[in-house]
Design a protein around this ligand. Structure first.
Ligand SMILES: Nc1ncnc2c1ncn2[C@@H]1O[C@H](COP(=O)(O)OP(=O)(O)O)[C@@H](O)[C@H]1O
Ligand SMILES: [Mg+2]
Length: 229
């Protein structure tokens, strides 16, 4: 089986302030995520999860090391990676408040060039799966935080990516919204051949309950990587 993600000796540092030393957000990381798996990255705030996701999503470059996503180099072949991935971040304020839920999703599907008929059908199915069908025509600024976050997750799936990055998708959500999101992610990976999901979380229970394999990350280092017990 191929690896959807491969990191070899990946290091990423950020310049500190004038008097500060550089911050090493990722410190010599080796990591493989297999095609078709639901992989969890578990770690506390500041561990490096978002930095790693941004590098894999080709939004940030490594300082050193080699990283491939879907077999392509993130530095040289980002254009081949981008159409096949998508990314969702929890707790972000995304989407246009003046547009309806359906219009927002439609707009994002158009950024990826999804044909109209397919996009419409996918949006309807996803709104149903995420219990948002009755909010389809509501303006985004009028819906609740949980509903908005579910819409953000729908945005990730509406492009039918081969690999999806979910950065703390259930952050701060109520039990029901979190469960709806987790159930969908699990089904999406199980029911389709070869689709891969990488989810970050700081909830141990979420990682254990949801993922095929979990890596623990702390202070930029991978401490352990295995199936949850
Ligand atoms: N743009 C940046 N500039 C400086 N430091 C950053 C930047 N982004 C992240 N960091 C630092 O890198 C470390 C890892 O951050 P992050 O990847 O956001 O962790 P997590 O997502 O696990 O909470 C933290 O110490 C954070 O302060
Ligand atoms: Mg983060």
């Amino acid at each position: 089986m191929n690896n959807a993600v491969e990191c070899r000796s990946l290091t990423r540092s950020f310049k500190g302030n004038a008097k500060q030393q550089a911050i090493i957000a990722l410190d010599n990381i080796d990591l493989d995520v297999r095609e078709g798996e639901l992989f969890g990255l578990l770690g506390p705030n500041g561990a490096g999860k978002t930095t790693l996701i941004k590098i894999l999503a080709t939004l940030l470059l490594p300082s050193s090391g080699k990283v491939t996503v879907l077999g392509y180099d993130v530095e040289r072949e980002a254009h081949k990676i981008r159409p096949r991935i998508n990314m969702v971040s929890g707790g972000e304020f995304s989407g246009y408040g003046l547009l309806t839920v359906r219009e927002n999703l439609w707009m994002f599907s158009q950024f990826y060039g999804i044909p109209t008929r397919i996009a419409k059908q996918r949006i309807d199915e996803l709104l149903h799966d995420f219990e948002l069908a009755d909010k389809a025509d509501a303006k985004v600024r009028t819906i609740s935080t949980g509903q908005r976050q579910r819409m953000n997750v729908v945005r990730g799936f509406v492009t039918d990516p081969d690999l999806i990055f979910l950065d703390e998708p259930t952050l701060g959500l109520d039990v029901n919204s979190s469960r709806t999101i987790r159930d969908y992610i699990r089904r999406w990976v199980r029911e389709q051949n070869g689709k891969t999901a990488l989810i970050t979380t700081h909830y141990m229970m979420e990682a254990e309950e949801l993922c095929d394999r979990v890596a623990i990350i702390d202070r930029g280092r991978i401490l352990a990587c295995d199936s949850p017990c």
